[in-house]
Design a protein. Structure first.
Length: 130
């Protein structure tokens, strides 16, 4: 149970950081903060403010399955988009960010089974209390 709580807090911190960084980009540069990228990429990167925040909210309210599924989906999409921007569109400055995001995606994938099991254990505890 303790390791599941730690894993959940690490995910919350990671997605809170993502929310913050994209929100700061909006604040500083407006609704089109990534002028170097095409409209679809900008729309996705801007959507990460909401997607990351919803992931945090789900994990904070202990909706572990919803939070884990959304966390995995967001990170897969984010790494994919940023690898595309780096390798296909030639934005070299994405290289370092992709490495960190891929590592965090690995953490999400590794934490998912732990959190999924914790959800089942919590359900069992709640049923025993009734």
């Amino acid at each position: 149970m303790r390791s599941a709580a730690i894993a959940r807090y690490v995910l919350i911190a990671g997605f809170a950081w993502g929310t913050l960084t994209h929100a700061v980009d909006w604040w500083q540069f407006g609704w089109w903060p990534y002028r170097f990228g095409p409209p679809l990429a900008n729309a996705f990167w801007n959507a990460l403010v909401l997607l990351d925040a919803v992931t945090v909210a789900l994990l904070l309210r202990r909706d572990l399955r919803g939070g884990v599924v959304l966390a995995a989906a967001v990170m897969i999409a984010d790494v994919t988009a940023n690898v595309y921007a780096w390798q296909v569109m030639g934005f070299e400055r994405f290289a370092v960010g992709v490495a960190f995001q891929a590592a965090f995606l690995g953490y999400v994938a590794g934490a998912a089974p732990l959190l999924w099991r914790e959800r089942r254990a919590a359900e069992r505890r709640n049923q025993e209390r009734r």
